[in-house]
Write a protein of this length. Structure first.
Length: 234
């Protein structure tokens, strides 16, 4: 069913400066829930998020996005969306105009760009990204602003006292959700006064399971089980 417009409050956008009401939209289509955030393209501190919503079919997802588009027109009619990115679970071929959401019901799992509400997802300025590919870009943005430590902390060892930051070279990013998302942020060296160049490599680990019984390596199994339990709880 469509999300009730009563559930969506975007009135804060109307109070932003006029120039800040040029928006970028991020949609996180998870295996269980979908999240939508609208952010100013010119003021990094200005953003508003819609309450997460469960979706198990493309019909559900389009109803949610249409509800957000309607709420934006109602609450901030002077605003406009410049571009939109949808992060989806599963591999995304370069330049894809449609993706198969494998976690959705079998008969309603193909999502096409041209089916999205154009006022929220502008034609020609809307892309699909693998969810961890999108996450990796966000991780680098936090690193560039010196804010990575507010969201990440070393787990163990002497490094636990160090400041969380990306290192030159390959940095693996993992996200534990319904599945296990994986990606790599490859950071290069600075060139003159320019910020370090970086490249994101999307990967896909899918759904991983712990072995149900201890193996012969009982000590290693106990450590792994404790680590997975901690990550799952956090």
């Amino acid at each position: 069913r469509a999300m009730s417009l009563v559930d969506i409050d975007l009135t804060s956008i109307a109070a932003w400066p006029a120039a800040a009401q040029r928006l970028l939209v991020a949609v996180d289509v998870g295996a269980t829930n979908t999240r939508v955030t609208l952010a100013s393209a010119t003021e990094a501190s200005l953003a508003v998020s819609v309450p997460k919503r469960a979706a198990s079919s493309v019909t559900d997802l389009l109803a949610l996005l249409s509800g957000v588009a309607a709420a934006l027109a109602r609450d901030a009619p002077a605003s406009g969306v410049l571009a939109c990115a949808l992060a989806v679970a599963g591999p995304v071929p370069p330049g894809a105009t449609a993706v198969t959401l494998t976690n959705y019901v079998a008969e309603d799992r193909v999502l096409a760009l041209d089916a999205l509400p154009p006022t929220l997802c502008p034609r020609g300025a809307c892309v699909f990204l693998n969810d961890l590919q999108a996450c990796c870009h966000g991780v680098f943005a936090l690193h560039a602003r010196g804010e990575l430590g507010a969201y990440f902390a070393p787990l163990t060892g002497a490094a636990a006292a160090a400041t969380s930051e990306l290192r030159i070279g390959n940095n693996v990013v993992l996200a534990m959700g319904t599945g296990l998302g994986t990606g790599v942020v490859s950071v290069g060296t600075s060139v003159g006064a320019l910020a370090p160049a970086y490249t994101v490599l999307p990967l896909e680990a899918g759904h991983l399971q712990m072995p149900p019984l201890p193996t012969a390596e009982a000590e290693a199994y106990a450590r792994e089980e404790a680590l997975f339990t901690r990550l799952s709880q956090e």
